[in-house]
Design a protein around this ligand. Structure first.
Ligand code: NDP
Ligand code: 8X3
Length: 267
């Protein structure tokens, strides 16, 4: 908790799933250390509700600022830092979590709109957010800068599967960008870290199946997926290591999973 003292943390996609859990986990880990949490997503009502719940749980020791932000809109990302109140701009940790999958269609039947929204959110959105925040990190301290970037990738970025070609390609792109950025920032104290979850039960599958809850539930039938809290604990772990420790790359499965499509199902 001491390592989070006085820090300001930005989480994208904080209205649900892993991002939401990560907000709670940071607050619980450092409830009385002057932590500031900036929670962003498109659903501002959900963010306001989460901010309220965090305040109820940990009290006034953590400040929470909900900010409506669609990372797929470059002009919104460009204006993000400038629109923050002055005392919220000294950002130390960026959790690039916002992301989505649409459909299970295979080429040549993949909807253009789905292709565009996945790339604009998972790839361009993550890159634009990183570029918006990096100047703050680079200006801090005497060692070329400091701060943490935690990118949420996926097993899908390592093992592409049929019916997920676009999503898998976006997560492979996240992986390439992350690895290159770590090399670009080698002379600084800026840590660039990636966490690649396997199956986590969130709104992810509901979004994939365009709101069809029964199709989403079938994904998790007979298996024991990770919870978003499981991933949140790892995000907070990597952000609270000693400054010289970079947990560069983490792959996380539930015990029934050993690959993108390698799943043990109870019948
Ligand atoms: P959820 O659908 O529960 O959460 C996704 C979050 O992303 C929501 O808060 C949503 O908020 C936000 N989001 C989506 N589009 C945008 C956008 N354009 N701008 C801003 N925020 C956006 O899913 P998860 O928690 O599972 O997903 C979080 C991350 O984890 C994603 O990057 C996903 O790819 C990754 N992941 C998930 C796995 C899983 O099995 N669940 C496995 C591996 C990785 P809103 O709709 O309010 O904008
Ligand atoms: C989500 C994991 O394999 O269901 O990123 O696409 S997978």
């Amino acid at each position: 908790a001491k390592r989070l003292a006085g820090k300001t943390i930005v989480i994208t996609g904080a209205s649900s799933g892993i991002g939401r859990s990560t907000a709670f986990e940071f607050a619980r880990t450092a409830p009385n250390h002057g932590l500031k949490l900036i929670l962003t997503a498109r659903r501002i009502d959900a963010l306001e509700q989460i901010a309220k719940e965090i305040r109820q749980e940990v009290g006034g020791g953590v400040q929470v600022l909900p900010v409506k932000l669609d990372v797929s809109q470059p002009e919104e990302v460009r204006g993000f830092v400038g629109n923050l109140p002055e005392e919220w701009r000294d950002i130390h940790v960026l959790v690039n979590n916002a992301g989505l999958v649409k459909g299970v269609a295979q080429a040549p039947s993949i909807a253009e709109e789905d292709i565009n929204v996945m790339f604009a959110t998972n790839v361009t959105g993550l890159i634009n957010m990183t570029q918006a925040i990096l100047p703050i990190f680079k200006a801090r301290g005497s060692e070329g800068g400091s701060g943490d970037i935690v990118n949420i990738g996926s097993i899908a970025g390592r093992e592409p599967y049929a019916g997920g070609s676009i999503y898998c390609a976006t997560k492979a792109a996240v992986r390439s960008f992350t690895d290159a950025l770590r090399k670009e920032l080698i002379a600084t104290r800026i840590r660039v870290m990636e966490i690649d979850p396997g199956q986590v039960e969130t709104e992810f599958s509901v979004v994939r199946f365009y709101g069809d809850k029964s199709k989403a539930d079938a994904v998790y039938a007979g298996v024991d997926p990770l919870t978003p809290d499981d991933i949140a604990e790892i995000v907070v772990f990597v952000a609270t290591r000693r400054e010289n420790v970079v947990v560069a790359d983490t792959l996380v499965f539930p015990s029934h999973q050993a690959g993108a499509g390698v799943m043990h199902r109870k019948s």
